[in-house]
Design a protein around this ligand. Sequence first.
Ligand code: NAD
Length: 492
Amino acid sequence: SLPLSQTITLPSGQSYEQPTGLFINGEFVKSLQHKTFEVINPSTEEEICHVYEARADDVDLAVDAAHKAFHSEWSHCDPGVRGKYLLDLADLMEANKDTLAAIESMDNGKALPMAQGDVGLVINYLRYCAGWSDKLSGKVIDTGSNYFNYIKREPIGVCGQIIPWNFPLLMWSWKIGPALAAGNTVVLKTAESTPLSALYAAKLAQEVGIPKGVINIVSGFGKITGEAISTHPKIKKVAFTGSTATGKHIMKAAADSNLKKVTLELGGKSPNIVFNDADVKKAVQNLIVGIFYNSGEVCCAGSRVFIQEGIYDEVLEQFKAAAEQLKVGNPFEEGVFQGAQTSQQQLTKILGYVDSGKQEGATLITGGERLGTKGYFVKPTIFADVKPEMKIYSEEIFGPFAVVTKFKTADEVIELANDSEYGLAAGIHTTSLDTATYVANKLEAGTVWINTFNDFHPAIPFGGFKQSGIGREMGEQAFENYTQWKAVRIGI
Ligand code: NAD
């Protein structure tokens, strides 16, 4: 059967040892049924390796290990101890940052500088969570001298975590960081197309001595491994990032099994709005970052672009020119901004929306086709004259695909922007403080970026309004989703 690790040569020429097992109870192990699946490099369409696939019986073992670890020491040790483990992990990740970024680029297809950026965010975020570990305090509540009341935060227990393929390592840290800092233990499932960086990071967690069973990583498919997590009776909470359709399914499964607590970070169709008085150069840069960063595979991508009529032609022309200048191709090649889409399925989906846009009468401004014949590359694509009734206007495409609509007034664009089932993020580009705050206050979005876009910080919470999700990740708010309040009332 498949060995538990394999020497892989990265496109940069460097070799490393890739763990291929499931990470259960502090060890890399074979799955009970010895099933494996293939991992593809989306830039070359070649096989990278196989990894072991977890089934329900493997998830049971992982949950048992996590359950034991939760009740042994992890949940009630001095929280600073947990913080120190996270700091040590962040340090070891920093020492291995080049390998981690290269694995991520190879497995996901994203351009290497994007992957390097992700790894930087991961390290910062783990340090941020470590800082919170011993600061999640409760309080004493005075209700008169006949009582002494205190409330304290306690961890929830074993948390199931299901992550997507667009930011495999970053989502790993957004899930594992706050869960561990608050004293929970985890069983995390990576996306089937991108399991590698999470396994490598698990090896680093093993090296820093994070107690066995605290982190368990189960590679596998949604309908089998994911389902086993969301329905598991001993898992007390499930945190999911991915599509809204799957999020709804997981929420139902969580409710039907044991009413798990649920946090969901789901899809989007975020508006990115340019007003007549915007700094055009900066706005165009933010339109580019908004939709072409990470090959457009971003839940909060600024995929619906609104440009005010007085500046419409100028901005559209510059947006087109800037998109055409982006270097698309081999993620490891110098100067490449946009790598490959992560899977054949995504490539097909994006090209299907190109056909749909043309059929519905939108104007193709640039792109709209595959680049080359090997690797899942798509040219940066912009459609203009896009109307709200078109599919490309309302549906999440998850690729380098912007739709552009002209507007006249602030109130009109607020209505257009809010006319969506989603509410993850929004961008506003203006030099008027009045316009910025007026529009920001009215937008239905969990994050509003003004004169910036896709701009994250560990201290700033992220999450969705409407069907873009439930709960928040990052910031102090992340800990609300990984702790529960206990009230103790003492009669004197
Ligand atoms: P998905 O939501 O189905 O997959 C995300 C994760 O959920 C993966 O780990 C997958 O294995 C798991 N999963 C799938 N079905 C499951 C189930 N029944 N129970 C438990 N877990 C399950 O997304 P996808 O099919 O990979 O991509 C489809 C579309 O979803 C994309 O085109 C994009 O629009 C959207 N998407 C959004 C995000 C985001 O960050 N918001 C991320 C990935 C994909």
